[in-house]
Design a protein around this ligand. Structure first.
Ligand code: FEO
Length: 172
């Protein structure tokens, strides 16, 4: 059985993952309208992954005798300015999510809930990967700058990242 404190903290994380999915969906739509099909495809996939992160938490909370609460979400931005700005935002958002997961892990230790501590290790590992991926993309996009040819190749190549991440997706 989850303690009330941990249940509340897990519910906060559910909301954060759901909001992440919305933010990335909005980024996907923005990129699609700009004609960046590869980036849009990547972001649609990333949005799905965040929904999967959320669902995994929902099911865990309910399985452990808590109640996963589905709450209202903050509306994401509609316009992301430029591609470097969008990926900078994505990177910073993943750092924010990592901090939130770390705090959650801290609560499991305070509450001496080692089952949840163990469950959250998947998220700890996932955040390392997501931060690394976001940093790699950001480095590439900053390198390209205003080079249109580079941007064309980037938009084509980022689709491979989608395929790879989809293949390694463990599902719910
Ligand atoms: Fe679910 Fe990208 O953190």
């Amino acid at each position: 059985m989850l303690s009330k404190k941990l249940e509340k903290a897990l519910n906060t994380q559910i909301q954060i993952e759901a909001e992440s999915s919305q933010i990335y969906l909005s980024m996907a739509s923005w990129a699609e309208v700009k004609g960046l099909e590869g980036v849009a495809g990547f972001m649609y996939g990333h949005s799905d992954e965040e929904r999967m992160h959320m669902l995994k938490l929902v099911k865990y909370v309910n399985e452990r005798g808590g109640h996963a609460k589905i709450s209202q979400l903050k509306a994401p931005k509609i316009d992301f300015g430029t591609l470097p700005k969008m990926f900078q935002e994505l990177y910073e958002h993943e750092i924010f999510v990592s901090k939130s997961i770390n705090e959650l892990v801290h609560v499991t230790l305070e509450e001496k809930d080692y089952a949840t501590h163990n469950f959250l290790q998947w998220y700890v590992a996932e955040q390392i990967e997501e931060e690394a991926l976001a940093r790699t993309i950001l480095d590439k996009i900053n390198l390209i700058g205003n080079d249109k040819g580079g941007l064309y190749l980037f938009d084509r190549d980022i689709q491979q990242l989608t395929v790879e991440s989809a293949a390694s997706d463990p599902g719910v």
